[in-house]
Design a protein. Sequence first.
Length: 686
Amino acid sequence: MLKLNTLCIVLFFTFIGMAQSPLQPGFTLLENGDFEQAETFFEGYLVDDPNNKTALLCYGRAVGLSGEPRKATGIFSDLLKEYPGDFEVQINYNESFLWDKKYEQAEPLYADLVANYPENFGAVLGYANTLSNLKNYKKALEWVEKALQIDPGNIGALTSKKYMRLGYANAYVNAQNYKKGEALLKEIFTDFPEDKDALLNLANLYLITKNTEKAKATYRRLATSPKDSITALNGIALAEHIGENDKQALVVATKAKEKAKSVEDVTLKEQTYDRYIQALIWNRKYNQAKSEIAVLETTYENRNWIYALKAMHGLYTGSPKKSVANYDAILKNDSASFDGNLGKANALYAADRIIPAYNAAFGTLKVFKDQKDALGFINKLNVSFTPILEEHLAYTFDNGKNVAFSTNTTATVPLSTKLSTNLSYNFRTTENTITNNKASSHILSAGLDYKLLPKTTFKVVLGLNKSSFDSESYTQPVIDVKLLTQPFKLQNLELNYKREIQSFNADLIEREIIMNHYGLNYNLGTNFNLGWYTQAIYTTQSDDNIRKLLFTSLYYNVLRKPALKVGVNYQYLSFANQVPTIYFSPEKYQAVELFGDLRGEFSENTTYMMSAATGLQQVEEDPNTIIFRAEAGVTHKFSKRFSGNLYGKYSNIASATAAGFEFTEIGLKLKWLMTKKPLFYKKIAK
């Protein structure tokens, strides 16, 4: 949003015989805006005529408008002592506070002036502009209307009115009252049809509200000259990106870049190159973007928009530390930069430096009060560290006539950005409808997550499992320990150990089989949409059996929104001992499958996921058989703090029981944020 400019009241002095006055050259310099030369002229004149009131007034104006408003205030203050109550001196004195941006001090002075001179145009307009600079837009507009009643059609007053509406609209947009903001911007066209500032602000409003078609239509209205056409194309490219059409965004940005070659406007060229490289990054053309940035750096040294592009490139390619350094370079040049402040917050978050990210976001709000994106970022962080209560209900059945119902309740309470605690209760009851065997298990556990370093977290869960069958029961400890880290860029590594009791069906619960899993999970991402995930688990069991499992998946991200991923999976499983009458335990099992995973949204509050995989599995040396599995779910956000997920899944892949197995699960997950903000929020928000 364009900042509201301070509009100075240009007072023209009418003196008898002005045309012949020796002061005329100085008047001309003032009127033409040559304030430094005017200052020199009147300073020289006052050497010979030091008490000339007109020369002193003009000298004061020249001094104030050339960058020394406090000195001007002193000059007018001395004149007021000599000419108390003089309107001409008083209005210049008042205006000097506007030049110095001391609007609060100017406001009562103008209020007194308009009380004494209610029909003076300069006084009334000065008061309106003062109120506007104090962001009291409603009252400012009332007073500018009074000024226009005194001098209808005055271009200075109409221009002031325009900027008041721009500022007022911006205030409504920041408060997310977009309809009122839109109405105020459209009112500008009454006085200034197709005004460029109004069109740009209106297009920006449509971008904020993601009404991209209206944004593009508004930018097209702006395109009435070669330069404005380039500005419009830059805006349309951004609208295409927001509308999730990045390929078209690059087409438009490329067109703008070609047009910009023929203009001499340096600022416009920079804006166009900036948008073009952004579009390259949106389209994951990272190497090309990096090369373009390197070329531009040789011409545009120490420019904030270059640093911003390098920071953006770093975030998209998994190098947040480099992004932080570039945002720091922006803030060194301009501590009040919005891109620098909020950009640094996002980069720190990506680098897993949460407290500094919070501080950067709070710093953004100090400069840009109630800014929507900064507030949204803080809310995103808050949600990550707000105490959560989760409930998971599931009903399962298989072709072995086993049915089960389970419920899992978990409360997670982050105590800081590094330490989080959790308490969980799981109940599962299972029955075989052929043998009438029944069993149940109760698991009560507590755990904590501790961030050792950025992107390095240690998790531990300890608990007790009490299993019951017939009239017997037993209790066993359960343990789950994980170390999650990101050793290199775009890589995730998890080392884990888990002690659990086999509880798939009643027969297995009765056998009290304790499993000790030693696992490794590794995921490698790339900047060209390809990824590789591998899981390896070595399991020792209390029945002296040993299981080895390897699962690996090569996948490709086809689309980002909706997120579509396809790939191929391979699984290898082997047991040291074969006990097929008790549980599925082949000496060798292999499976290969193709899969697809689709995730998107029906609306802002409702998302969906669908995945399916099919392929072949082989047990020992048996013939291959076809496998298929699928899962689908819908998640709905009922409020800011409560959401639910309904899902179902089916699989005929060999499991803990046997090959030829078919398994179905229907479940419901509920999630409730127990508090509005993290427990530690007040401490970090200070």
